[in-house]
Design a protein around this ligand. Structure first.
Ligand code: ADP
Ligand code: MG
Length: 388
């Protein structure tokens, strides 16, 4: 409730008053397991976290759109009488702009509006503040103008905003979980069919601890594109022998072995990661359904090793953070999460071990790297919703 009040205050400071405000929120996410599988038509398993974007807005009687970032103390405005374009100087505004653009592309008739938002998701950390901003905007605007876009289409619309307006070729996972998350559940998504299943996260005395390494991912765009290319090369070699292989999702380790002699060793390792990672997601679901947290933790550890050695998307700092966690009492598993080259780790930890994590892992990490790791313990949160 406090959040709505502070949003209204900030809104009225910029836009005169806070009358008739509709407020929405959308969460960030952490991917529990299934990394770099989404663009290989594979499986992912994210949960929504309890950090989010909160956005308020109301319609205007004209064509003017005004958007205010409370965190940045910046406002942009433009008219719907002209096509919506990118703003390089206020790049934060491209996420809400992109959503409005994608809505127009989908045939939605917009009106002028005033929007203001703030967020609690660390930005550029792989917890998907960008998708949360898109989804929060989309859910709010659709309520404001009274359109009802079915949720799966809303997910695609937000992804289109990020892919084609912002220019980041992300997969579907981030927007998917931000829309469809559910309290105390993680979301198993088949990225080929977009079929999904909400899996209860019954962790008992265990918690999901997200730890930010303090390393900003910088290589991510170029290396991300290169990994995608390497996977495509692998698929082409596999498909020459096994025509049913359309994506790495369709291959298994026996097929990969049979093609190894025709593959560059690097391509082989990339394919090895994706194939084994998909299998780990399925095993994780099975383990969680059976209440077997020890196995789930081991799968997290294996996923990290695979991302570090086969896919090569970790970095020394994150490897250290994962090692320190894995050695720490009460930690069942730890791995890098998100695109890689920095960002966050996800840890499965006993509730009584959280303080020890803060008292031992964080200082040991600081001593060796000079970096301050940030710890967030999160339950699985709801997806996007209107708050008032
Ligand atoms: P991630 O999605 O991993 O957090 P991105 O680089 O994809 O990282 O998205 C981060 C960008 O999203 C920020 O640079 C900013 O433009 C925008 N953004 C996210 N949260 C906020 C916020 N609270 N206020 C303004 N802009 C935000
Ligand atoms: Mg993002």
């Amino acid at each position: 409730m406090d959040r709505i009040i502070s949003l209204k205050q900030a809104f009225s400071q910029v836009f005169g008053d806070g009358d008739g405000l509709t407020v929405a929120r959308a969460p960030g996410r952490v991917n529990l397991i299934g990394e770099h599988t989404d663009y290989n038509d594979g499986f992912v398993f994210p949960m929504a976290i309890n950090m989010d974007i909160v956005i308020g807005g109301r319609k205007r009687p004209d064509q003017l759109v005004r958007i205010h970032s409370i965190d940045y103390q910046r406002t942009v405005e433009f008219s719907l009488a002209q096509p919506i374009t990118n703003d390089d100087e206020e790049s934060w505004s491209n996420y809400p702009r992109g959503v409005l653009w994608a809505m127009q592309e989908a045939g939605v008739h917009l009106s002028g509006m005033e929007l203001a938002f703030f967020g609690t998701i660390p930005q550029g950390s792989g917890l998907s503040s960008s998708a949360a901003l898109e989804v929060a905007t989309a859910v709010l605007v659709q309520r404001l103008i009274g359109s009802t876009i079915p949720r799966p289409e809303l997910v695609l619309l937000c992804q289109k905003a990020e892919n084609d307006f912002v220019g980041m070729k992300c997969g579907i996972m981030d927007q998917f979980i931000s829309v469809l998350g559910q309290k105390d559940h993680a979301l198993f998504v088949d990225c080929r069919t977009l079929a999904y299943e909400r899996i209860p996260l019954e962790l008992g005395d265990y918690r999901i601890l997200v730890c930010h390494s303090g390393v900003k991912h910088s290589l991510v765009d170029s290396e991300y594109n290169r990994r995608r290319q390497e996977c495509e090369t692998g698929v082409a070699i596999l498909a020459a022998k096994y025509p049913a292989v359309k994506a790495l999702r369709d291959a298994d380790l026996a097929m990969l072995s049979a093609c190894q002699d025709r593959m560059d060793p690097v391509v082989y390792e990339r394919c090895h990661h994706v194939i084994t990672e998909n299998a780990r997601v399925l095993k994780s679901i099975k383990a969680l359904k059976a209440g077997d947290l020890v196995t789930f933790g081991q799968l997290l550890n294996q996923s990290h090793a695979s991302l570090r050695d086969d896919y090569e998307v970790s970095c020394p700092e994150v490897d250290l953070l994962v090692e320190l966690a894995q050695e720490s009492h009460g930690v069942l598993g730890a791995r890098i999460t998100g695109g890689g080259f920095g960002g966050c780790t996800v840890n499965l930890i006993h509730v009584d071990a959280v303080e020890a994590f803060k008292e031992r892992v964080v200082p040991a990490y600081r001593e060796k790297t000079g970096l301050e790791a940030q710890v967030y313990v999160s339950t699985a949160a709801n997806g996007a919703e209107i708050l008032n």
